[in-house]
Design a binder for this molecule. Structure first.
Ligand code: NAP
Length: 239
């Protein structure tokens, strides 16, 4: 089957899931790979992949970047950070602000700047997390940012008429972000597996892509049950 060549913007393209998405999309599409890591962006450029260097937490940089490109078919907002609050009794509001800013407020900048760049009938893809399904230990900042991001994306699905919106909720994926985790990560998948799932789901214009199902369906099930059934499991994960 011939695949129509599309123009695809990918944020968080310099590492992990985003980098795997660049590899996957650039097999048959024109990619604009975004991030801050100059050496990674330079290596994309040597492969003929277009790049944009900007910090998503800077509204000015996001707008300058969006204004520098022509209209595109797909925008994948994947950039994100993860930091944990180790002690709830000594709540780290600076960490909380950093994570909410990077994962949520910056998405607002990207939506304002990039939505006008998406062609009619095009697609917006937002990478949230299955951490948004349930309260997880130490995830006050990350989980809250992703729960809000999922809500925001769902509202965009309801509101946008001419652009299809996909919400992506990965389970654990092996990347530099999760390499820092010091706890067991059930059903961990590779970046290549994650990018394949996302690529196929976006191709099929899915409303939600979540994987691996054996993990995300377990979380989804518990999110429907009374909190008192989940709470002891969450407390045991923390120990
Ligand atoms: N790995 C998992 O298990 C998992 C699970 C669920 C959801 N996710 C989500 O998937 C997305 C990608 O995660 P990953 O695991 O692939 O992480 P990663 O390997 O750490 O990559 C994060 C990417 O985000 C970019 N980024 C971070 N802060 C940025 C900023 N201020 N400005 C511009 N770019 C920024 C980084 O680029 P530069 O450093 O070049 O700026 C990098 O390319 C994130 O939204 C994450 O929350 C991951």
């Amino acid at each position: 089957m011939t695949v129509e060549t599309k123009h695809v913007v990918i944020t968080g393209a310099t590492s992990g899931i985003g980098e795997a998405l660049v590899k996957r999309y650039s097999l048959s599409h024109n990619v604009i790979a975004c991030g801050r890591n100059e050496s990674k962006l330079a290596s994309f450029a040597t492969q003929g992949i277009e790049t944009l260097k900007f910090d998503i937490t800077s509204k000015q940089q996001v707008f300058d970047a969006a204004n520098s490109i022509d209209n595109v078919d797909i925008v994948i907002l994947n950039a994100g950070v993860c930091e944990y609050i180790d002690d709830a009794n000594q709540f780290d509001s600076a960490l909380f602000e950093r994570v909410i800013h990077a994962n949520l407020i910056s998405t607002g900048y990207c939506l304002e700047a990039f939505i006008p760049k998406i062609k009619k009938g095009g697609q917006l893809v937002v990478v949230s997390s299955s951490a948004s399904f349930l309260p997880l230990p130490r995830a006050q900042a990350y989980g809250a940012s992703k729960a809000a991001l999922s809500y925001l994306t769902r509202v965009m699905q309801v509101e946008l008429q001419d652009i299809h919106v996909t919400l992506v909720n990965p389970g654990f994926v092996e990347t530099p972000l999760t390499d820092k985790n010091d706890f067991p990560m059930p059903c961990l998948v590779s970046c290549e597996q994650a990018s394949e799932r996302i690529y196929n789901g976006v191709f099929n214009r899915c409303d939600e892509i979540h994987f691996p199902k054996r993990f995300t369906l377990f979380l989804k099930l518990f999110s429907l049950l009374p909190f008192k059934l989940w709470s002891p499991i969450a407390k045991r994960i923390k120990r």
